[in-house]
Write a protein that binds this ligand. Structure first.
Ligand code: 5GP
Length: 130
């Protein structure tokens, strides 16, 4: 069965999209640790990051760097942190989390932007993608 992220990539489930290329897709996390928390996923559906072929792994990191730089340029944060977990959704994804405090890296601290704010955040990040 297709993962929830494959359904997002295919447009079957809505998302606040940030960026897309031939192999990768970025969108806002629906339950963010901080405003601007973004997920970068390979279109190829693989569960564990260590099972990615090297080219896809390196491509995902390069794509995540591009998106992360746009987050740092648009969201008020000290820096963007990178985390890979995958215990909830079995489709590789890189968490890009704008960090000001350690608690934002813990996944115990959540924020809940309204729909309009999610849209505004996505617009701001998209505008800085190079
Ligand atoms: P992990 O698998 O790394 O533990 O976490 C999965 C992440 O995906 C969580 O941060 C969760 O909020 C996010 N997530 C789960 N389902 C959806 C969804 O349908 N849409 C979006 N945008 N994010 C989701």
């Amino acid at each position: 069965m297709a993962s929830i992220f494959t359904k997002i990539i295919n447009g079957e489930i809505p998302c606040y999209k940030i960026a897309e290329d031939e192999n990768f897709f970025a969108f806002l996390d629906i339950n963010p640790n901080a405003k601007g928390h973004t997920l970068c996923v390979p279109k190829k559906e693989v569960d564990r990051i260590m099972d990615l072929d090297e080219e896809t792994y390196l491509g995902l990191m390069a794509f995540s760097r591009k998106v992360g730089k746009a987050i740092e340029a648009s969201i008020n944060c000290n820096r963007v942190g990178i985390t890979v977990i995958g215990l909830e959704v079995p489709h590789v994804h890189v968490h890009l989390i704008p960090l000001n405090e350690m608690k934002e890296a813990t996944f115990q601290h959540k924020v809940a932007p309204a729909k309009e704010e999610f849209m505004a955040i996505a617009d701001k990040i998209r505008s800085k993608i190079e």
